[in-house]
Design a protein around this ligand. Structure first.
Ligand SMILES: *Cc1c(COP(=O)(O)O)cnc(C)c1O
Length: 236
């Protein structure tokens, strides 16, 4: 695939995001596309940034750190989107603009310590398993509420920017709508309790298969990988 084709795909996904936002009566420009580069090398990631992408996501610490070095000359906001192990936290804090998959207080505490050592405040999303099925990671909604209270009270170096979820894999995107709606409802209750570090809060939900439904339900970050990079040679 050449750069023109990649640029076309990128623009077409942005257009689909805008159309989904319009259908839901949401302002355009409130949704950021995180281009998930985990299946491609730094050159493909660079090509995408040169077509206008600003937010890139990786699900492995080593790959995020390596691509961040390779693209250091570009103004990229890096997103750690995958499961993060506590022993790798120090490498990600400060390097990632946002850590999307925080699914335990233990991890949040490790991030707080690393952020303190680095002299930064780290923005995170709590990962929630809304449907309570299948998904391997993620807090229960009650667990997320309790974690948000604890973060606000005890972890000054962690800023809770919003919530994230992975919807169960489904052939029909429409089936994921209740999951996205559930995450939004939970976020509204956290916001009402004053538990977010920013207003409005962010919602990281939706992938290639279901990002339009997620945008209709209030996503402010969608994480799209294969829709951009399918067919691009992996060269990590
Ligand atoms: C890979 C990945 C994505 C992107 O998935 P696609 O279906 O390829 O768009 C989104 N979020 C997470 C956490 C991922 O690991």
């Amino acid at each position: 695939m050449n750069k023109e084709e990649l640029a076309d795909r990128y623009r077409s996904i942005l257009a689909r995001i805008d159309a989904a936002a319009a259908r839901a009566g949401r302002p355009s420009g409130r949704v950021r596309l995180v281009a998930v580069t985990k299946t491609v090398g730094a050159e493909a990631a660079r090509a995408l940034v040169e077509t206008g992408a600003m937010d890139l996501g990786e699900n492995r610490v080593q790959a995020l750190v390596a691509k961040r070095v390779a693209l250091a000359d570009l103004p990229v906001r890096w997103h750690m989107i995958g499961h993060l192990q506590t022993n790798k936290v120090a490498k990600v804090v400060g390097a990632a603009t946002l850590i999307h998959g925080v699914d335990s207080m233990r991890l949040a505490e490790a991030i707080n310590s690393a952020a303190e050592a680095a002299g930064v405040v780290q923005e995170i999303f709590l990962e929630v398993n809304v449907s309570g099925e299948e998904s391997k990671y993620g807090l229960t909604p009650e667990g997320a509420f309790a974690a948000a209270v604890a973060i606000k009270g005890e972890l000054p170096r962690v800023a809770l920017a919003g919530l994230m979820t992975m919807a169960p894999i489904s052939e029909r995107p429409e089936e994921t709508r209740p999951v996205f709606r559930g995450l939004k409802e939970l976020a509204d209750s956290l916001a009402a309790a004053g538990l977010f570090a920013r207003s409005p809060y962010e919602l990281s939900m939706g992938m290639t298969r279901d990002f339009e439904v997620a945008v209709e339900e209030g996503a402010t970050y969608v994480r799209v990988g294969s829709g951009l990079f399918d067919g691009v040679e992996p060269c990590v």
